[in-house]
Ligand binder design. Structure first.
Ligand SMILES: C[S@@+](CC[C@H](N)C(=O)[O-])C[C@H]1O[C@@H](n2cnc3c(N)ncnc32)[C@H](O)[C@@H]1O
Length: 391
């Protein structure tokens, strides 16, 4: 593909991404790979260049742009080479018309910018939400010795964490194929550290999804004790058993839950767990570095639904903890409604039996009864982490 044809391809893909954001369609990553499936003439260099243009444009537009072309014109404003490619030649975009409007630059839709500001995220803290995320891995201590940690990384703040440059083909290394390493953001690793799970304990990962954090808990427990991973999403939870096998974490049990029947379906665990992790469903405002178009999809009503589910799951989890045990609440959000305010509301509801016990981690800053990690301050995805103890 010529450079100009790549720009036209990015415009067409952006139109699909915009439509998907409006209609709750496929994520941008999938749209890009599907687009290339039917265009076998494109080489890997074309794919990389087009993908890069698409994601640069998504990151630059705060509000959903009117069209893919308007988004690309925004990039072209600061890039003379790019604007020169709008020349109307074969496969190239049409020339830029005088006064043709470009999309508006911004961090996020206005209502989200306001919500972030109210939560203390503005200026460089806000712009860092749209940086490119690094590639972090966790060394799986259950498999240590199986393979060398891949070269070229540097240690992170997490005890078993390493960081690699963008584009490192980590999944092609023997360390990955043997389960010696897992790809996991440093913030996620630190959230698991906050649980302080130990060998022989009984632990529940209530919102386990595909088990990223469950695997870290299994390693912290040295593979011994009881570790139950639950979720309401069958597809996500079904990804966990093969991952657990690869990681040597055979002690993990899984249980599929029905929404609103969690407590009943976990009645055998009532008051039993040494620790419960609630990695709650949330807006994901802390992970825009990976999913920048997620900010075009979120609505105030969806955010409110997340807040309601989080409060309910905190109450369900509280019932599972034994006296003296701990409850760890995590969201990959930087909004106080899903973080500090939610955690304080739990404490207020729970009464004197519960106390906040903020984890001591090598990153993050105090926020309400917990602490918060941000891309700007900690170089991780954004997370809120609170730990409570049942007296
Ligand atoms: C932030 S994700 C979890 C990510 C996962 N812990 C990891 O580290 O990969 C939140 C999860 O909560 C699950 N979820 C939503 N409602 C739930 C409910 N009522 N009970 C349990 N899990 C729920 C979602 O299906 C989703 O997998």
């Amino acid at each position: 593909m010529t450079p100009a044809a790549r720009v036209q391809a990015a415009i067409e893909i952006l139109d699909l991404v915009i439509a998907a954001a409006r209609n709750n369609g496929a994520p941008a990553d999938r749209i890009v790979s599907d687009w290339f499936k039917s265009r076998r003439f494109a080489g890997s260099g074309d794919r990389r260049a087009v993908r890069d243009l698409v994601f640069r444009a998504i990151r630059s537009c705060g509000e959903v742009p009117m069209t893919g072309r308007a988004a690309m014109l925004l990039l072209a404003q600061d890039d003379a080479t790019l604007s020169g490619l709008f020349d109307g030649s074969r496969h190239a975009p049409e020339p830029i018309r005088p006064d043709e409007p470009a999309a508006e630059r911004g961090i996020a839709p206005a209502w989200l910018v306001d919500a972030l500001e109210r939560s203390g995220i503005e200026g460089t803290e806000a712009s860092a939400l749209l940086d490119r995320a690094p590639l972090d891995i966790r060394v799986n201590t259950l498999r240590s010795g199986s393979a060398e940690v891949p070269p070229g990384g540097e240690r992170t703040a997490a005890p078993n964490g390493w960081r690699y440059p963008h584009g490192t083909a980590i999944e092609a290394t023997p360390a990955w194929t043997t389960g010696t390493i897992e790809v996991q953001d440093t913030g996620s690793q630190l959230a698991c550290e906050a649980v302080a799970a130990r060998a022989g304990e009984s632990v529940i990962d209530l919102c386990a999804g595909g088990g990223g954090k469950t695997l870290a808990l299994a390693a912290a427990m040295d593979g011994s004790g009881r570790l139950l991973a639950t979720d309401t999403d069958r597809t996500r939870l079904s990804r966990l058993p093969p991952r657990a096998e690869r990681a040597g974490a055979g002690m993990i049990e899984t249980r599929l839950l029905d929404p609103n029947r969690e407590a009943e379906q976990l009645s055998d665990w009532q008051g039993q767990a040494d620790a419960v992790l609630v990695d709650a469903p949330c807006s994901g405002t802390g992970t825009w570095r990976r999913n920048p178009e997620a900010r075009w999809r979120l609505t105030p009503a969806q955010l409110q639904r997340y807040v309601t589910v989080q409060a309910r799951l905190l109450d369900v989890a509280a019932g599972l903890v034994r006296p003296g045990g701990r409850l760890v609440y995590v969201t990959c959000s930087l909004l106080d409604d899903e973080g500090a305010t939610q955690a304080q509301a739990f404490l207020d509801r729970a009464g004197s039996g519960w106390t906040a016990e903020p984890p001591v981690l090598p990153a993050g800053r105090p926020r309400g009864p917990g602490l918060r990690l941000t891309p700007a301050h900690d170089g991780t995805d954004g997370f809120f982490i609170a730990r409570f103890r049942l007296l």
